[in-house]
Design a protein around this ligand. Sequence first.
Ligand code: ZN
Length: 111
Amino acid sequence: MHELAITQSVLEIALRHADGAGRITRLNLVVGDLSSVVDDSVSFYWDIVSQGTIAEGATLHFERIRTRFRCNECESDFEPDGRVFECPQCGGQSIQLVAGREFRLESIEVE
Ligand SMILES: [Zn+2]
């Protein structure tokens, strides 16, 4: 259900940006590792919701974004190593999430 709503909104955005194009051939999506969006579910719903639109049959391309944190102490970025949420540079434990939750439509290709 989650993915159905997401897929519908992706379609709406794509159609709004297609701007008089004959056909949408490809959608480039950015998906963070923490976003809980499952590629296969989106692809499954995509075939259903895009039916009868100019985006029908378009390829979905998923770009995965890895989770990244930033240390509030020394401001270095790092990827979490397993379950240790601690800065590898200074050992600081005051950290914030800077990437990994995103889900967005980056671009579309039309013809
Ligand atoms: Zn640090």
